[in-house]
Design a protein around this ligand. Sequence first.
Ligand code: F6P
Length: 476
Amino acid sequence: MHNRLIVVSNRVPLPSADGVSLGGLVSALLPSLEAMGSTMWFGWSGQTASAPASVLWSTPHRVSARGVEYVTVDLTEREVHGYYEEYGNRVLWPLLHGLVQHMAPEAAASYEVYRAVNQRFARALRPLLRPDDLVWVHDYHLIPLGAELRQLGWHGRTGYFQHTPIPSVEAWSQLPQGVVLADLFSAYDLIGVQTDRDRVNLGDILISEDTAARVAAYPISIDAEHFREFTKASAGSAVPVEWPDAEMVYFGVERLDYTKGIPQRLEAFERALISAPEMQEGARFVQWAAPSRTGVPEYQAEREAIEAAAERLNARFDDPPLEIDFEAYPAEAVAPALEQADVCVVSSVADGMNLVAKEFAAVHSADHPGVLVMSDMCGAAEELTDALIYPADDVDAMSAAMREAYFMPLAERRRRAASLREVVDRHTSRDWLHEFVSDLREVLPRTRVAATYVGPHHGTPDRRGVTPAPRTARAR
Ligand code: F6P
């Protein structure tokens, strides 16, 4: 039986968009979906419009390209602010990364808007669904969507995938709507997370044992072969900025986000240069940070923190060791830069997967070995064990790993690079998608509607004692 796959996410990679910096979710899904054919991708158009919300939601835009039908709706400015900027980016995002110090308590009041947008998403999507469709909801913007669809009489198989990490139950308890949101997961037949650590954490958070048993780790990946194509066409000439002429170039590239630990990374590099004076001659750092969520105060503060750290680092040495660039570049530029880099530093304080680590691994090999320095809070650290992995909260340990990369003998670099590449070649984004979708097709459907909590649309303080859930779901 061939079921139509309906992907639902906040962001939709409309074929007309320029394709720059849409995040890991899109880069992992799009090539595989195009190859599958007969799929629909539903979500926000990325546009705001001034018509009343009821009109915007009843007139979705529809466009098809390369086997995927894109169905999108515009949001009002008020909706974007409440659902995306406030509740999504200032409450759920820091919470899910366990960075509760970045949560903005006042933004929790936007929960109402978050729920209302999810309800409208469900109302716009429900009439487009056929009974045999498989619905696959992506990420924290849309946790309530499954329950809203069930309320509208949707009984088909519905899965959910969490792209960010899942925090400890202690961090989760800081969320005023923690109990309500945890219960909303029970609308889903299958819940995918990135790592085994996330699976254990979500099992602790979920209220229903049956729901906890439906959680499994499906580490997202890349299409390594496809990514390497971006390096072949240009042979390095597409790197858009001047690349330092140094013995070893360290490279960081990501969205500008406080989860990525960019100021800490610059500080660690400074400490490495001070402790190993040879590096002052031979090592340079290139950092690309793509501006992201620029309307959100915490992101403005992070940009200032990065700029201050960059200035400090460059002022410290006669020959400034850092080139920093606040631009968003497409894969055609990122891939050759990753290939040219000798060391890639992925220093997330917490992160879902960090596909950039897998992209770096894909464009290096025993013949062209690069060294990956990565924190233990990157999702990819569970698989890419031949990276130099350090504890995320330890700047000295990161600095030591940077030094180790500089002095690593060639044979050791070759061995590690070959091993990393093997990991990303063995399990691709296509495998990830097929594993989730085939499990969703086969999983025992859950008892619906009655077990699904959908209201009230405002939260109650989390005062529960959580019963630890059985961990029967498979770890991948
Ligand atoms: O990877 C997590 C994620 O939230 C994706 O869902 C999203 O596409 C990406 O980060 C970029 O974030 P935003 O859509 O807020 O720019």
